[in-house]
Design a protein around this ligand. Structure first.
Ligand SMILES: NC(=O)c1ccc[n+]([C@@H]2O[C@H](COP(=O)([O-])OP(=O)(O)OC[C@H]3O[C@@H](n4cnc5c(N)ncnc54)[C@H](O)[C@@H]3O)[C@@H](O)[C@H]2O)c1
Length: 379
């Protein structure tokens, strides 16, 4: 297998998620990071490239220049990871698609629904691989839950309870210049959604991924509790799924004491499942009328989908980086299949999943503005 030559846009010094993408790409030895436009600041971009060992001839001060040059190089990059603030995702992606380069883009897909729709159409006409790093879908016990529901162990799903709670935006840290807070609370960079775009999209995707159900409408009550903020920092959202199941999602970035509490609880007419990201190696299974069971990653109750996503024996915790790396590994499989002109599909979230996330954000804001009125998620 040829290594995939990877580029990165964003992810310079002091950035958060770019470093995680680099670790995820290294874990299975399928990628080689060879180019980057790592920062909006040219000096910082060059410095960051030097520190992570990118050849200075392939460190660019602009992503447009990088896409154009890498697209023409004989051994230019095969794929690019987009890890900038949200408002740049669409434009960066378009430049690289034009150059025939596969994309690994972080969520939310874009900063507006219109950009997302345009981008999705472009991706489809390009035929290139486009992965969205809804990384929580890469956890083994999430895959286990998906498999158990597909196998009918929960029966007909009736209730989906979701929560994604953090506390890091409980005070006005954006006014003190905290880098990640500044752009996340600015509608020009984040988009119409605050917490719902930043973390709500993860939870929304996770529920559809695990249950295999599509949400067809929502009702949202959004709050903006802190200071002069204009974007939501707390939200209560009701969801209706196509099979009649009812969902409830609480998203918060002001919940004191909550660090990264992504949690999902699903109840069907034959049983229930519960999983929490802060304790990711365990899945609780409650078959109706029987004693409760604890399924452990790589343990005796784990099935083939979970085992394929596990790396080390049970009892040795795996977490965020490994889950992220599963998305990278499976994206490498997609790129490999593309190289060989082979039809292939796996569980990697794609541009349609990204588009659904943007529709979720857009409709939640519209619902809230209309006084908490149900909105369709079908169009
Ligand atoms: N999947 C996840 O769990 C997860 C977690 C965190 C962030 N994210 C997403 O990743 C993206 C980045 O978030 P972050 O927290 O790392 O942000 P960040 O502010 O820490 O980093 C953003 C980086 O983008 C760079 N950048 C800005 N404009 C640029 C330009 N024109 N050209 C090149 N680089 C540019 C900045 O210099 C910085 O290096 C966001 O879309 C966010 O929603 C996803």
């Amino acid at each position: 297998m040829l290594k995939i030559k990877l580029g990165m846009v964003g992810g310079g010094k002091d950035a958060f998620i770019g470093e995680v993408h680099r670790m995820a790409a290294r874990l299975d030895n399928r990628y080689e990071l060879v180019a980057g436009a790592l920062s909006s600041n040219a000096k910082r971009a060059a410095q960051s490239a030097l520190e992570i060992g990118i050849d200075k001839r392939r460190s660019y001060s602009s992503y447009k220049e990088m896409a154009a040059k890498e697209g023409k190089l004989k051994s230019g990059i095969d794929a690019v990871a987009i890890v900038t603030p949200n408002h740049l995702h669409a434009d960066v992606a378009k430049e690289f698609l034009k150059a025939g380069i596969h994309i690994i883009c972080d969520k939310p897909l874009t900063s507006s629904l219109q950009d997302a729709e345009e981008l999705a159409a472009l991706v489809k006409s390009s035929g290139l691989v486009f992965a969205v790093t809804y990384n929580y879908s890469g956890y083994p016990m999430v895959r286990q839950a998906k498999e158990m529901i597909a196998d009918g162990l929960l029966g007909n799903v009736r209730v989906v309870q979701l929560e994604y709670a953090q506390d890091w935006l409980a005070t006005n840290i954006e006014q003190k210049g905290q880098k990640q807070a500044v752009w996340r609370t600015d509608p020009k960079q984040a988009g119409r959604g605050g917490a719902i775009g930043d973390i709500g999209t993860h939870a929304f995707h996770l529920a559809e991924f695990i249950t295999g159900l599509r949400a067809n409408s929502l009702l949202a009550d959004l709050d903006c509790f802190v200071g002069a903020r204009t974007l939501d920092d707390n939200a209560n959202i009701l969801l209706h799924y196509k099979n009649g199941a009812k969902g409830m999602l609480w998203v918060s970035q002001i919940a004191s004491g909550k660090e990264n509490r992504l949690q999902i609880r699903i109840y069907g007419d034959k049983g229930g499942l519960e999983w929490a990201q802060e304790d990711p190696n365990y899945l609780h299974f409650m078959p109706l009328g029987e004693s409760k069971r604890l399924i452990t990653r790589s343990g005796s109750g784990a099935g083939p989908l979970a085992n394929a996503a596990s790396r080390i024996p049970s009892g040795h915790p795996e977490g965020f980086i490994e889950g992220f790396a599963n998305i990278y590994r499976e994206t490498a499989d997609l790129i490999e299949a593309h190289r060989e002109n082979r039809e292939y599909k796996n569980l990697v979230p794609d541009v349609d999943d990204g588009l659904r996330g943007m529709r979720f954000v857009d409709k939640a804001v519209t619902s809230n503005q209309a006084g908490a009125i149900w909105q369709s998620l079908d169009h």
